[in-house]
Design a protein around this ligand. Structure first.
Ligand code: 5AD
Ligand code: SF4
Length: 422
């Protein structure tokens, strides 16, 4: 019996898929290299934007084909089972019921084998306690909490993932400790809002992970500006393993829009926070999330976002066109900004970002920096990341995957750097 998992969405979903793979393997399934070979297909969906949710619909024609193949050949596809999981909204649940054999909650992962008619389930009821099948052997996602209590007006996460639950600190430290012993070089601590982690404070958790012996980098995502404490800035600055990269979603550059979004801070607060962070951690690279075309966003309000972009000079920004999501507060607001205008606003911000990111990247030229090698691009060409999460391309005949290397930066582009291995 073989399984195939299709994952959409954020790092949290990717991390969940690693636990799903682990449970399926302990239930006797083997990983299928191609979807056509699978007896069980799991779609781990994302509902954060309509475009993401639509991708789950996009796989349905493939299912139909696989089922037709099953009927005509009577082959091993006979028992093809399909599972939908991840962030599934109530409204979509109804629509998907007839398309998938099962709609299962990842929180009940330990019950999946029983439901699917396989071997006994893992011993734990808490899915985060299940040891994942990590996707590689040098960089690992470690969820520290799930869910969200913030109810930003546009966002489905609190509905789809439920309220915040923090994992016990000892459990996280134990998981990270084991990964480091196995040679992992990068740990991503995941949560919808890591700053509201509450088993101990998030700063204390960072300190404890930083104290684990070994050479590795600590990254985390995502942070809500409202909960970003001075203590956390101090800890980030002091802990050498915590990298100089921060995703700090601002969502809009306009105070009225922020209020309508139920984001309880002002742009003045955000700018001051960035100032404090940059003062303590001068090399920090900042990324943000932005929504353009939120209901009622006027040209003037959008111009405030332009102003913010020009002022902060982000290294990276994830720019999203607003999409109304069922059940959220914003879905009840009048959707005033035409699609075409949303597209224009997205382009305007992307152009500014291109300039500021290039300007920031140019500062790396001639510097010798540490890079973690992540990918092979072509036969002798490799891609890695700096501590500041910048892409770096370089040449080498050696297999350097998953290793730290020293690179001299020779070229800067808006979306990355090029260099020579030392
Ligand atoms: N429309 C567009 N973007 C959204 N995001 C969340 N909900 C929506 C929505 N309804 C964006 C936010 C968030 C990121 C993960 O997705 O910017 O930070
Ligand atoms: Fe969604 Fe806001 Fe929670 Fe982030 S903080 S997951 S945007 S509700």
């Amino acid at each position: 019996m073989k399984y195939f998992i299709i994952t959409f969405g954020c790092q949290m979903n990717k991390s969940d898929s690693e636990r799903i793979a682990s449970v399926l393997e302990s239930a006797g399934y083997k990983s299928a290299l191609k979807i056509d070979e699978a007896d069980l297909i799991v779609v781990n969906m994302c509902s954060v934007r309509k475009s993401a949710a639509d991708r789950a619909y996009g796989v349905l024609p493939k299912f139909e084909k696989l089922k037709i193949k099953k009927d005509s050949s009577g082959s091993k596809q006979q028992n093809l089972k399909t599972v939908l999981t991840g962030c599934v909204l109530k409204k979509d649940r109804k629509k998907f019921t007839e398309k998938f054999d099962f709609i299962l909650d990842v929180k009940n992962l330990s019950k999946w084998p029983e439901i699917l008619g396989s071997n006994p389930p893992p011993k734990t009821d808490n899915y985060l306690k299940i040891e994942p099948k990590y996707s590689n052997n040098f960089s690992a996602f470690v969820p520290i909490m799930t869910g969200c209590n913030n109810f930003c007006a546009y966002c489905v996460v609190p509905y789809a993932r439920g309220s915040e639950v923090s994992r016990p600190a000892e459990e996280i430290i134990c998981e990270v400790g084991n990964l480091i012993k196995r040679g992992y070089k990068e740990i991503w601590l995941l949560g919808q809002n890591v700053n509201s982690y509450n088993s101990i404070s998030f700063s204390q958790l960072l300190k404890k992970i930083n104290d684990i012996p070994g050479e590795f980098w600590i990254r985390f995502t995502s942070s809500h500006p409202k909960d970003f404490s001075d203590e956390l800035i101090e800890v980030m600055a002091d802990c050498k393993k915590v990298t100089e990269y921060l995703n700090l979603p601002v969502q809009s550059g306009d105070n009225e829009i922020l209020k309508k979004m139920n984001r309880p801070y002002t742009i003045e607060y955000y700018k001051n926070l960035v100032k404090k962070i940059r003062k303590k951690i001068p090399d920090i690279a900042l990324s943000t999330d932005i929504i353009v075309g939120f209901p009622g966003e006027t040209e003037k309000q959008f111009e405030n976002t332009i102003k913010l972009f020009k002022e902060i000079k982000f290294d990276m920004a994830y720019i999203f066109k607003y999409s109304p999501r069922p059940g959220t507060a914003a879905a009840k607001m009048e959707d005033t900004v035409p699609q075409k205008e949303r597209g224009r606003r997205e382009k305007v911000l992307t152009e500014i970002l291109k300039e500021t990111a290039l300007e920031n990247n140019k500062k790396y030229i001639n510097k010798e920096i540490e890079v973690l090698v992540e990918n092979k691009k072509s036969s002798n060409s490799w891609l890695g990341k700096t501590r500041t999460h910048k892409n770096v391309q370089f040449e080498s005949k050696e297999n350097l995957l998953g290793q730290f290397v020293k690179i001299k930066i020779t070229n800067a582009l808006p979306w990355g750097l090029k260099g020579e291995i030392l």
